[in-house]
Design a protein around this ligand. Structure first.
Ligand SMILES: [Zn+2]
Length: 237
């Protein structure tokens, strides 16, 4: 009898605990008054301008998984036009956008995939602009690129298509700071000093938001730009 009562009491306590946990989970995740800030809420979509959290990488991967979620996330931190897909044999851009600005930085309009545009916006917001403020005391007014889409094989190959052939990469060669200084990667990558520190931070941080990043440390072909791509084998150099 005693052991039956003990068993019942323990079962009731367990049931109450499970109920409380379910209620807390529902309140945190589903309730409109959830106290979780959006960047910590796993069901909230990516907002480019939101502070980074442990969930931001997961939110970015989810955002780039479909055209609708990507365009919606891009709208939180970029100026762009959505365009119909470009299809040219094995080459093309889909989903395709014409991007003319990310965060505070303008761009010469560039046609690229939504994923590259979104990753560039995350890089500008969470890496490039903070690094410019830290090392150079200024914001970023403009990002200079060498385009994204180019229907060509990978350099050194005659058959394998470059990620540029599908608009899944962008080449960045320099920036103009908000104070008017123009910085070219080729001229200021190496050596000691604040500008070089800025570029190193920009490259290192790019690896968080892009899948593969190749710069001057990789080889001479990349001496004057960062090649940043939205898929690949995860190299960061
Ligand atoms: Zn490239």
């Amino acid at each position: 009898m005693k052991s039956t009562l003990r068993f019942l009491a323990r079962s009731l306590v367990r049931l109450a605990l499970v109920g409380a946990l379910c209620w807390a989970g529902w309140w945190l995740l589903m309730d409109a008054d959830s106290p979780l800030p959006p960047e910590w809420h796993p069901l909230e979509p990516l907002d480019v301008a939101a502070p980074e959290s442990w969930l931001t990488g997961m939110k970015l991967r989810r955002a780039v998984s479909s055209e609708a979620t990507c365009l919606s996330a891009l709208g939180t931190g970029a100026r762009f036009e959505a365009m119909p897909p470009l299809r040219a044999g094995a080459c093309g851009i889909d989903p395709r956008v014409s991007l003319r600005g990310v965060g505070d930085a303008d761009l010469v309009p560039v046609e690229t995939t939504c994923a590259v545009a979104l990753r560039l916006a995350m890089w500008e917001r969470h890496v490039l602009a903070p690094a410019a403020e830290t090392h150079l005391g200024s914001g970023i007014a403009r990002i200079h690129h060498q385009s994204s889409y180019n229907c060509r094989p990978i350099r050194g190959s005659t058959t394998r298509l470059s990620t540029h052939a599908t608009g899944e990469a962008i080449d960045v060669r320099g920036v103009t700071l908000a104070d008017g200084r123009r910085l070219e990667l080729r001229e200021s990558w190496s050596g000691a000093g604040a500008v070089s520190d800025f570029w190193q931070a920009a490259r290192d941080g790019a690896c968080t938001w892009f899948v593969t990043v190749l710069g001057p440390d990789y080889n001479a072909l990349h001496a004057d730009h960062f090649h940043m791509q939205s898929r690949g084998w995860g190299l960061c150099r």
